[in-house]
Design a protein around this ligand. Structure first.
Ligand code: NDP
Length: 274
């Protein structure tokens, strides 16, 4: 019998995780069953208890349950603790639940391994100070960038992250009005693109050879990607981050590293309707 895994969220119909994990399982020969499940808001703990009592081996957790999963886990990895959110639960041999956050590692794997965008000594601008930024900061700082400047519409949230994470690297905070010079890499970790909006960025943030990454993904480029491309930046969307975080979860559960590139290529072709 195959081992049971799932992604839980609300909404969940759009989730690509079953396709990604299905492709990883086919590629590695791991015998898993992975499905997407809807839970009602406010009912995560009940949902998870039933899922694991019925033999579930691992869960991916997406919006809006990542903080609930953080509180539900018996044990946390360092990156999950820093993120204050859990996107992966694993049932351990002793029956306890380990909570991890693989989003940031997925982002770094996409930037460094897939795209070849090295982060060491680079000046990075991260737009947004929500859950995605919080989840990404530790893995990003582990790459030893020269500076990570967090710019957020609500300045105090950027300031809060800088206060929490500055023991791990050089960080600064700002609003969306003043920026400290130009950058080598700009990561849009705001949800502006989801609403078809562009954070108000001046051209002066684009340094020579600048690269621009939007965590949002879809069939079309986002307004942020168009904006950056028009200013000669190399651009990428967040689909590779999605596959990367899934690969990290798969490794946590199965102890096997799947190959990301063919799965990413297949998914991209599918999103483009090819
Ligand atoms: P949150 O809701 O936690 O945070 C949203 C952030 O976006 C806040 O900083 C908010 O600013 C800012 N924001 C929202 N609208 C605008 C706007 N119009 N202009 C400027 N800033 C804006 O979301 P998450 O951090 O969880 O997610 C952020 C994005 O990352 C989402 O689009 C999500 O889809 C994507 N994501 C992608 C992943 C992947 O695997 N590719 C994984 C995780 C997230 P303020 O504080 O002022 O409200």
């Amino acid at each position: 019998m195959s081992d049971r895994y799932a992604v839980v969220g609300n909404p969940i119909a759009h989730s690509l995780s079953p396709q990604i994990h299905g492709a990883f399982a086919a590629q590695t020969g791991e015998n898993i069953h992975y499905e997407k499940l809807l839970a009602e808001e406010g009912s995560f703990a009940d949902f998870a208890r039933i899922f694991f009592a019925a033999g579930g081996r691992g869960l991916n957790i997406t919006v809006p349950f990542k903080v609930d999963a953080y509180h539900f886990a018996d044990e946390l990895t360092e990156r999950a603790r820093a993120a204050g959110a859990v996107n992966t639960l694993k049932k351990q041999d002793d029956g306890s639940l380990l909570g991890d956050n693989t989003d940031g590692a997925g982002l770094v794997a996409d930037l460094v391994d897939n795209l070849g965008w090295q982060l060491r000594d680079k000046k990075m601008l991260v737009i947004g100070a929500g859950g995605a930024t919080r989840g990404a900061l530790l893995p990003l700082l582990d790459e030893k960038p020269q500076l990570v400047h967090i710019a957020n519409r609500t300045f105090s949230r950027a300031e809060q992250l800088v206060a929490e994470f500055s023991v791990r690297g050089t960080l600064s905070a700002g609003g969306l009005d003043v920026f400290p010079g130009e950058f080598d890499l700009i990561v849009n970790a705001s949800s502006a693109s989801l609403g078809g909006e562009l954070p108000p960025l001046p051209d002066s943030v684009i340094g020579p050879g600048c690269r621009a990454y939007d965590m949002v993904y879809g069939a079309e480029p986002t307004p942020f990607m168009d904006w950056a491309r028009e200013r000669s930046a190399e651009v990428a969307d967040g689909l590779g981050m999605l596959v990367g975080q899934a690969a990290e979860s798969f490794y946590l559960w199965r102890g096997v590293h799947p190959e990301v590139a063919p799965v990413l290529a297949g998914l991209r072709a599918r999103l483009a309707g090819k």
